[in-house]
Design a protein around this ligand. Structure first.
Ligand SMILES: Cc1ncc(C[n+]2csc(CCOP(=O)(O)OP(=O)(O)O)c2C)c(N)n1
Length: 362
C-alpha cells in the first residue's frame, strides 16, 4: 500500500502571514488592512493600555490585592488585533489570559478585577456584552464556540463567535470536536490559537508532531492560517477576512497566531527561567508588537511620546479607580453562590440555604 503524504508542500501552504515586519516596515502592501488613521491610533492605544494593565495587575497580585492573574505582555497584537476585527454584537468566548479582549468588548474593568478575585460578580456579563466569562478548563470554549456559532446561524444573526485557546489547548479532545463540528455545520466560528510557544512549561514541539497548529484545520475541512502574532495588522486582517467569510455563510476559520508571553504562565508560582533561556526571551522581545507598531505609526506622524505618556497616565488612573470600585463590592457570601446558580433551589440546597442564612446573619 503506498501512502502519499499530505504533508508534502505543507510549509508553503501554511507560510506565516506578515504585513508589518520587526522594523515597522510594510512588507505586504496588497494585504494592508483598510483602517483609518483613527483606527490605527486606537489599536496602539489599546495595546499600550493593555501593557500598563498587565504591569499593574502583576504589581497588585504581588501586593495580595488580586487573586488569579495570567500575564499578557507580548501577546497584545494577537489579542487586540483579533478582537478589533469583531463587532459589538459578535460573541466572545475568551480563555483566562484573554481578559483584555473582554474589557474592550465591554466588561467594566472593576468586574475584570473581581473575576481575578474569584468574586461571582466578575462573571456576570452586562446585558449588552455578548461574552462568556474567561474559560479555565483548557479547550472547553472551543466546543462552546461551535455551539454559539451554530445558534447564531440558526437564528439568522449576521454575527460570529470568536474564541481563543493556547497551543496547549490545541491538543485537547474538545479542540478537535469543536472545530470539526463547526466545519460540519458551517457555523460562523473563528478559532484563534495563540501559540505562545509553551503550555505552562511544555514546549509546543512536545504538544504535537505537526509542524503548525494551523494545518490541523485542514483535516476538518476548515480554512487554517498561520499569522505573525506580533504583527497587529496581519492578525487584524486575517481575522477580518475570516469574519467576512463566516457572515457570508462560508463557515469557520482557524487562525494560529505565533506569539510569546514574556511573563510567567500565571502569578501562582510559575518560574519561566526553568524552561526558557534568556536568548529565547531576547529573540522574541526583538519582535515586540508595540515597538514595531509604534515605529510604523511614527513614520506616518500618527504617534508621539507625549501621546503615549498620556495614555499610560490615563490607564493608571482608570486602574486605580477600578480597583477601588472592586474593593467596595460586597463580600461574597455562600448564600450568594447558591442563589445566583439556581432559579429555583433544589430541596437539599434549600436546607443549606437556611443554615447559611442563619450563620451569615450572626
Ligand atoms: C482540561 C484542563 N487540563 C489541565 C488544566 C491545567 N492547565 C491550566 S493552564 C494549562 C496550559 C495551557 O496552555 P496553553 O493552552 O498553551 O495556553 P496558555 O496558558 O499558554 O495561554 C494547563 C495544562 C486545565 N486548566 N484544564
Amino acid at each position: 500500500m503506498s501512502f502519499k503524504s499530505p504533508l508534502e508542500g505543507i510549509e508553503e501552504q501554511f507560510e506565516m502571514i506578515q504585513i508589518l515586519d520587526e522594523n515597522g516596515q510594510i512588507v505586504d502592501e496588497d494585504n494592508l488592512p483598510d483602517l483609518s488613521d483613527d483606527d490605527l491610533v486606537e489599536l496602539m492605544r489599546r495595546m499600550v493600555y493593555t501593557r500598563v494593565l498587565d504591569q499593574r495587575s502583576i504589581a497588585l497580585n504581588r501586593q495580595g490585592r488580586l487573586g488569579f492573574y495570567a500575564p499578557t505582555a507580548g501577546q497584545e497584537a494577537s489579542q487586540l488585533g483579533s478582537h478589533y476585527a469583531m463587532e459589538k454584537e459578535d460573541f466572545l468566548l475568551p480563555a483566562y489570559r484573554d481578559v483584555p479582549q473582554l474589557i474592550f468588548h465591554g466588561l467594566p474593568l472593576y468586574q475584570a478585577f473581581l473575576f481575578s478575585r474569584g468574586h461571582y460578580h466578575g462573571n456576570q456579563m452586562p446585558e449588552d456584552v455578548n461574552a462568556l466569562s474567561p474559560q479555565i478548563i483548557i479547550g472547553a470554549q472551543i466546543t462552546q464556540a461551535a455551539g454559539v456559532a451554530l445558534g447564531m446561524k440558526r437564528t439568522g444573526k449576521q454575527n460570529v463567535a470568536l474564541t481563543y485557546t493556547g497551543d496547549g489547548g490545541a491538543s485537547q479532545g474538545d479542540f478537535y470536536e469543536g472545530v470539526n463540528f463547526a466545519g460540519a455545520y458551517q457555523a460562523p466560528a473563528i478559532f484563534v490559537v495563540q501559540n505562545n510557544q509553551f503550555a505552562i512549561s511544555v514546549p509546543v514541539e512536545k504538544q504535537s508532531a505537526a509542524d503548525t497548529i494551523a494545518q490541523k484545520a485542514a483535516a476538518a475541512g476548515v480554512p487554517g492560517f498561520l499569522v505573525d502574532g506580533m504583527d497587529v495588522l496581519a492578525v487584524y486582517q486575517v481575522v477580518k477576512e475570516a469574519r467576512e467569510r463566516a457572515i457570508n455563510g462560508e463557515g469557520p476559520t482557524m487562525i494560529e497566531t505565533m506569539t510569546y508571553r514574556y511573563g510567567p504562565h500565571t502569578m501562582a508560582g510559575d518560574d519561566p527561567t526553568r524552561y526558557r533561556t534568556d536568548d529565547m526571551d531576547d529573540e522574541w522581545e526583538k519582535r515586540d508588537p508595540l515597538v514595531r507598531f509604534r515605529k510604523y505609526l511614527e513614520s506616518k506622524d500618527l504617534w508621539s511620546e507625549e501621546k503615549e505618556n498620556e495614555i499610560i497616565e490615563t490607564a493608571k488612573e482608570e486602574i486605580k479607580a477600578a480597583i477601588k470600585e472592586a474593593d467596595q463590592q460586597d463580600k461574597q457570601k455562600v448564600t450568594d453562590l447558591m442563589s445566583i446558580m439556581y432559579d429555583r433551589l433544589p430541596q437539599n440546597l434549600e436546607e443549606q440555604m437556611e443554615e447559611y442564612k442563619e450563620k451569615e446573619s450572626k
